[in-house]
Ligand binder design. Structure first.
Ligand SMILES: [Zn+2]
Ligand SMILES: [Zn+2]
Length: 222
């Protein structure tokens, strides 16, 4: 049986997934697009970036990332005094993987550059996806199409003819086939074996199905 993901947020929606890091509010700013008058968040946003390098020094883990615009390198600092070393592993910050930081804000770091300072209480809202930024976006877009019911057959690419019973991948139960013939040949001839694992990424599914439009507390990755 096909899984119903429910509502999936478009990863290309700039309100919720800002592609340019400069559009993140600073820690001193409370723009009405993001905050209520009392300073509480109105909604969620998630900053997705691709890890370039990660080092550890006296201050903490300094993870250099690039945003989707790839214009500059940004430092994301996980200070050791807030216990980064107890919770996060430096080896987890692998180059080419995607770092997600919920409700990220910009601030001037002690080295004089602007970056993102992540405190321990924010760690549950931080996740590393083991895919490049491009691939994370591609998987998210594929899940959006599936959730919207406008996906195509992953074998032949034909538009799916709707109506039960839907033929879906027995493993992810998300990818669909237009016919039993396509279902039989798909595994061998398409790249679905790779995307199949990514489709089942619980952290990605949880992020994409979050209601970004309201805020009733921080989002924690599963
Ligand atoms: Zn087909
Ligand atoms: Zn599958």
């Amino acid at each position: 049986m096909l899984i119903n993901l429910g509502h999936v947020t478009d990863v290309e929606d700039e309100n919720y997934f800002p592609s340019e890091w400069k559009t993140l509010p600073t820690v001193d700013e409370y723009p009405p697009t993001h905050f209520w008058d009392d300073g509480s968040p109105k909604r969620h946003w998630c900053f997705l970036s691709e890890i370039v390098s990660a080092t550890k020094n006296l201050l903490g883990y300094q993870v250099v990332v690039k945003d989707y615009c790839r214009e500059e390198h940004i430092t994301v600092l996980f200070p050791l005094d807030s216990g980064a070393a107890d919770v996060l592993r430096l080896e987890s910050f692998q180059a080419g993987h995607t770092l997600a930081v919920m409700n990220a804000r910009r601030e001037l770091l002690h080295n004089g550059t602007w970056g993102i300072h992540v405190e321990r209480y924010q760690y549950p809202g931080v996740h590393i996806f083991p895919y490049t930024h491009d691939n994370t976006v591609a998987i998210a877009q594929a899940l959006l199409l599936i959730a919207s019911g406008i996906a195509s057959c992953i074998n032949c690419g034909d538009e799916l003819k709707h109506g039960p019973p839907t033929r879906c991948c027995a493993s992810c139960r998300l990818a669909q086939y237009c016919s039993p013939e396509c279902q039989d040949s798909a595994w061998a001839y398409t790249g679905h074996i790779n995307e199949c694992v990514a489709y089942q990424d619980r952290a990605l599914q949880a992020l994409l199905t979050l209601d970004f439009t309201t805020y009733s507390g921080p989002f924690f990755f599963p």
